[in-house]
Ligand binder design. Structure first.
Ligand code: URA
Length: 240
């Protein structure tokens, strides 16, 4: 939400717009603890807005990282399974949504927020936010995979060719994969071309933000201010 302060006040106080100017001039309106008299001031859903002693809005932006365990759905509601929201403390969950899902059996870094503008930035293809994964595989890897992942693969169902994917072989059965898009089951489908089943898939980083090693599976913590800005400022510089 973004609105001019006079529109916001007029709506929330059910007053005509002409009554708002004197109200603002009287010094009775505060935005984030500061008296504001400017009717054109733009406010968002995260500003704390008070008139006299009445709090009209007190939404705070929340950003969390979760170390997602396997067997939990990346959704806010599910009829059958436990969801990632069930793992977050109840007083933190209002209006949260997921910024970049992980499959049911995938683990690792999952971001949750109530700030739609921030999460949209993370998902915009032109922002090229890189997601880093550790995978283990049923069959041995060869250099052919590196070449095929880098060249891109055509997915008939969506009629797209995947963007270049960085694959680094770590051991015979494990690799690091870096993607800058997130097609449906993308990593599993790419290894599927080699008939090689992904046994485990763990996300270790989104952009420059790494999963906090202090978080065990199922644990979460709020992002620090610097971490929120780190991702908000990423984008066009991140092209492969
Ligand atoms: N690719 C997959 O196949 N699964 C995930 O959870 C993430 C990327």
């Amino acid at each position: 939400m973004q609105a001019r302060l006079d529109r916001f006040l007029s709506k929330h106080l059910s007053l005509q717009r002409k009554a708002i100017k004197p109200l603002l001039a009287s010094g009775r309106v505060q935005v984030d603890g500061v008296v504001v008299s400017d009717a054109d001031r733009i406010v968002t859903q995260f500003n704390h807005i008070v008139v006299d002693d009445a709090v009209l809005q007190q939404h705070v932006a929340r950003y969390l990282m979760l170390n997602k365990p396997a067997g939990v759905v990346s959704a806010t509601k599910d009829a059958k399974h436990k969801t990632v929201i069930d793992l977050i403390e109840e007083d933190q969950t209002a209006d949260l949504h997921i910024a970049g899902r992980l499959d049911f059996n995938s683990t690792g870094l999952l971001l949750l927020t109530n700030d739609g503008r921030w999460s949209r930035q993370l998902s915009l293809p032109e922002n090229n936010i890189r997601k880093r994964y550790r995978v283990t595989l049923e069959k041995p890897l060869t250099e052919d995979y590196v070449q095929a992942f880098s060249a891109g693969m055509y997915f008939e169902f969506e009629n797209i060719t995947t963007r270049p994917v960085e694959l680094t072989i770590l051991t015979e059965h494990s690799a690091e994969v870096v993607l800058c898009e997130g097609r449906y089951h993308q990593i599993k489908r790419m290894f599927g071309r080699f008939n090689n089943e992904v046994l485990t898939l763990h996300r270790t980083a989104i952009g420059d933000l790494s999963l906090d090693n202090a978080l065990s599976l199922g644990e979460s913590r709020p992002l620090r201010g610097g971490e929120v800005r780190l991702l908000a400022n990423q984008g066009i510089n991140n092209v492969f």
